[in-house]
Write a protein that binds this ligand. Sequence first.
Ligand SMILES: [Zn+2]
Length: 381
Amino acid sequence: MTVWDAFQPTGSAAGIARQLATGGPSHAWLLLGPSGAGKRATALAMAAALDCDVNPGVGCGHCRACTRIMRRQHPDVHHIAPEGPLIPVDVVRDQVNPEAARSPFEARYKVFVIEEADRMNIPAQNALLKTVEEPQPDTVFILVSQNEEEILETLRSRCTTVRLEPVAQERIEEMLRREGAAPEAARVAARACLGDLEKARAFAFDVSVADRRRVWGSLPSRLENPLAALDAAAEVAEEARAAVKERERAQREEVLELGEALGEGRGTATARNALAKRHRRELKRLEEEVLGEALTFLATFYRDVAARRAGARDALTNIDAKREIDLWAKADASDAALLAACERCLKARASFVSNANPALAIEATLVELTRLVPPSSPVAG
Ligand SMILES: [Zn+2]
């Protein structure tokens, strides 16, 4: 088994796998593709292939290096993502570039995964360009983006560009089963993940993600009045806090590991500070992700109800909420109101990038959703 098993053997990701396996990897990559094309999953697989202890160039998926990379906890694999609407120039200048000039800490390559790379503003892209133009031999940049035209041509031309195609639902389901998921869990996760393999794995194997999903499933029938909506919003926020706490525990272990590895020698303060910064960003992002999960669930739920009413049973995203969807499909809410509710949730989710307080956005959204009156006899359980 390798980290590439999940990808189409004939797809673009397999092409990357071949290039990495034959050595002499490009030092800068640009992964393009629509949402659900598995860009982040590909970037992680690439990092694992580069830094695997057991099967270098391929990525075994099981060794300590691969496991930590997949959990985004490897000290040599850095994830950069927008904070707010942008990746500002100081993130590149103060964090990425100095770090890229240092040798890897323990692995063969130091890898930078820059998510939503198009959100680097022009100064940030230019700052990165300087480093990409004069690369360290053991540093690899992987830029991930949906918007090719927002990336400067000068930067693009330095990268090996790969266009990824979305992963088919059946393939994700098959993959999850092969990785040990129960058939029903694999089917539910493959639908609910909206083509995102990483998310599918979380739905299928991460107990806390599965538990959260049960909470999201209870939301539609609970939004009966503003007071109940505020209650529900508080519970959503509590789920986010719990996820943050869980991640903090993992982070503390990482700090201890780094401490043991570094000792108390010179320059360790910089490494510690960099790690602390990365951890804070990770927590902020995780909070947003969990709150976003709730909104995405609601959006797809209302869309499912409208689809069910139109007779499109096979097109449902949330097949684990089928009974509730059926109940709503027979109830009063108009198709227009359902689609408006779906839009409202998606808009709130999109607003997170520029919103200082996503928890407030959730409150406002859930209160608004009470205009859709839930069916009078909610499904028990
Ligand atoms: Zn490995």
